[in-house]
Design a protein around this ligand. Structure first.
Ligand code: ADP
Ligand code: ADP
Ligand code: MG
Length: 448
């Protein structure tokens, strides 16, 4: 097992990983930017090193600075968390060169799944269903127009290197498609540094359902069931749950087998999530695989009892999975609310400032993964996700009622948060009936 691990991240996920390291008896090393000197992750780690100015490119994305700290501190491994360097194959390769274990899949798996058009090609070859569209990237306008008329409008133009809900454009007509292509390429180049785009048919009100998988270096691959992440705003997840009210045991069987097939197709190791869209007839289609720990992993942990981050560390250290598929049982239901420092009344504008009060509702069946405390400063440089509240219930209804109770007891003052939005969702009758889709928030809750 490792003696010392560097966490190349910040905020709630850095805190989450440091806690797992502590419980495993591994020395934890934090890194921080100028903006994060007093952050919770720095306070909790055994050691902490400055890596650069506030802007992420100069600190949390600064590969030489992070590798230098890893050498100085003498770490065995680096956990990248999510975002930042977590899906950067170059970084995984650099770690390998320096003899530092990257806690995630190898560079080649990251690369093949990270380019979403390449991932589509691999899935098609392996008979994992994908949404109708181009096989790989679009090479010219003519090809795109031809494919679109074949599959029918509306279509989406998606950035091959995209993520975080960005770099996706809809086109309803050939003229719109021409425009969307040019704009999507420009946008993809400027955000992701890669202009490649591909085409998918736009599915009308699908559900977003994803499978958590774990794979060790001995070739064992298991799944931990699904999460439903249909509640989104601008294609970014807001509230997630495990399991999904729309998945029957038969569908779970089929989808989990497809997820495992997807992972095996790229010789995947470590934790990963295979994302699907599902239509109202129960047809499911692969959209992408996230080759890292995901924001919403605690929901799965609550119903399976598996500590996914500890499994990631064990797998990276070369140990076989602690579980066989038949050991995985689903107990009850879990709901996660993402608490973002944003103002729902002002079009979700980021709401930086000093947290003057930070008290989370607690009690039976509650987990809080937070990067903030009273006195924390929310600065404008990073993602606005500051905490996640997760509730467990013996069934979905109890998890929902418990979340309402916990949110009503939670007091975060000094900045605006997305808590009022969650309160609206939780009291919505369609949500309570499990009747949701990826446009549900925008069409129902955010309009009213
Ligand atoms: P999850 O499925 O874990 O919810 P998200 O898509 O919300 O993943 O992304 C998690 C974090 O990673 C967010 O902070 C998001 O902004 C960031 N992220 C994801 N993909 C990329 C990418 N390709 N480039 C930059 N940031 C990304
Ligand atoms: P990202 O890499 O940004 O997470 P995804 O491919 O996972 O991008 O898609 C993000 C979200 O965008 C999905 O959860 C869904 O809401 C929407 N979306 C993506 N592809 C389609 C599609 N073909 N039809 C309808 N909605 C889609
Ligand atoms: Mg996605």
């Amino acid at each position: 097992m490792f003696n010392k691990v560097l966490v190349a991240n910040r905020g709630e996920i850095a805190v989450r990983i440091i806690r797992a390291l502590k419980e495993l008896g591994i020395t934890s090393v934090a890194v921080f930017s100028e903006a994060d000197e007093d952050s919770l992750h720095v306070q909790l780690a055994d050691e902490a090193y400055y890596i650069g100015p506030a802007q992420a490119v100069k600190s949390y994305l600064n590969v030489p600075a992070i590798i230098e700290v890893a050498g100085k501190a003498g770490v065995d491994a680096i956990h990248p968390g999510y975002g930042f360097l977590s899906e950067n194959p170059h970084f995984a390769a650099v770690c390998e060169t320096w003899g530092i274990e990257f806690i995630g899949p190898n560079a080649s798996s990251i690369e093949r799944m990270g380019y979403k058009s390449m991932a589509r090609e691999i899935m098609i070859k392996n008979e994992v269903p994908v949404i109708p569209g181009t096989e790989g990237s679009i090479s010219n306008e003519e090809q795109a127009l031809g494919k679109a008329s074949e599959i029918g409008y509306p279509v989406l133009v998606k950035a091959a290197a995209g993520g975080g809900g960005r770099g996706i454009r809809i086109a309803n007509t050939p003229d719109e498609l021409k425009e969307a292509l040019a704009a999507a390429k420009r946008e993809a180049q400027s955000i992701f540094g890669n202009a490649e785009v591909y085409l998918e048919k736009f599915l009308e009100n699908p559900r977003h359902i994803e499978f958590q998988v774990l794979a060790d270096k001995q070739g064992n691959v298991i799944h931990l069931g699904e999460r439903e992440s249909s509640l989104q705003r601008r294609r970014q997840k807001i509230l997630e749950e495990a399991l999904s009210p729309a998945v029957s045991p038969e569908l779970r069987d089929k989808m989990s087998q497809a997820a495992i097939k997807a992972a095996k197709a790229v010789n995947y190791t470590n934790a990963g999530t295979v994302e699907f869209l599902v239509d109202k007839h129960g047809n499911f289609y692969f959209i992408e695989m996230n080759t890292r720990i995901q924001v919403e992993h605690p929901a799965t942990e609550m119903i399976t009892g598996v500590d996914i981050v500890k499994e990631q560390i064990r797998i990276a250290a070369g140990q076989p999975l602690s579980y066989k598929q038949e050991d995985i049982k689903f107990n009850g239901w879990a709901i996660e609310c993402r608490i973002n420092a944003e103002d729902p009344e002002k079009n979700f504008m980021p709401s930086p400032g000093t947290i003057t009060k930070c008290e989370f509702g607690l009690g039976s069946g509650v987990r809080v993964d937070s990067g903030i405390q009273t006195g924390s400063e929310i600065k404008p440089y990073y993602d606005s996700l500051v905490a996640k509240i997760v509730t467990w219930g013996k069934d979905r209804e109890e998890a929902i009622n418990r979340m309402q109770r916990v949110l009503s007891e939670t007091k975060i003052e000094g900045v605006q948060t997305t808590i009022p939005l969650h309160q609206k969702i939780l009291t919505n009758e369609s949500f309570q009936n499990g009747d949701i889709h990826t446009r549900f928030l925008e069409d129902n809750i955010l309009k009213s």
